[in-house]
Design a protein around this ligand. Structure first.
Ligand code: SF4
Ligand code: SF4
Length: 134
């Protein structure tokens, strides 16, 4: 049995994975509200002058039918009884980049931390606002 099967998806039960901009060719066309949700960084992002920038993550059971939700903690809505219901290519970068560890200390490469992923989304705020207003 794999490390993740044994664990049963603790990461997925705590927070849904965040997408990288590189997961999309055109986020406005490919955004799928059935499995994704907009989230936002609380307050100003570092010293950029950008307040509450949006980013895209997997949908959580706590989102209900909200288009955007500032989530601190919540199980991914795509988690089934036997693990993730989605094929790898439909999962967020953070889902695919998490490095499993049998001792529970799973790690994420620097490029895929929440802070860095939100930074990647900064140039896409107009597209994400259009999704927000649909
Ligand atoms: S990445 Fe880590 S927390 Fe997530 S399912 Fe695998 S072992 Fe569990
Ligand atoms: S999409 Fe799948 S792998 Fe990613 S957080 Fe949700 S259940 Fe876990």
């Amino acid at each position: 049995m794999s490390i993740c099967s044994e664990c049963g998806g603790k990461c997925c039960k705590h927070f849904p994975g965040i997408f990288h901009t590189e997961d999309f060719q055109d986020v406005e066309k490919e955004y799928d509200p059935k499995i994704m949700c907009l989230d936002f960084w609380e307050g100003e992002y570092e010293d950029t002058g950008v307040r509450q920038p949006y980013f895209v993550r997997m949908r959580s059971v706590k989102d209900g039918d909200r288009v955007a939700n500032g989530l601190w903690y919540g199980e991914c809505a795509n988690l089934g009884k036997r693990g993730c219901k989605l094929p790898r290519k439909r999962r967020a970068a953070q889902c695919n980049q998490l490095v499993a560890s049998a001792d529970g200390n799973c790690t994420i490469p620097d490029k895929y931390t929440k802070q860095e992923l939100v930074r990647a989304w900064l140039p896409y705020q107009e597209q994400l606002k259009k999704i927000r207003e649909r």
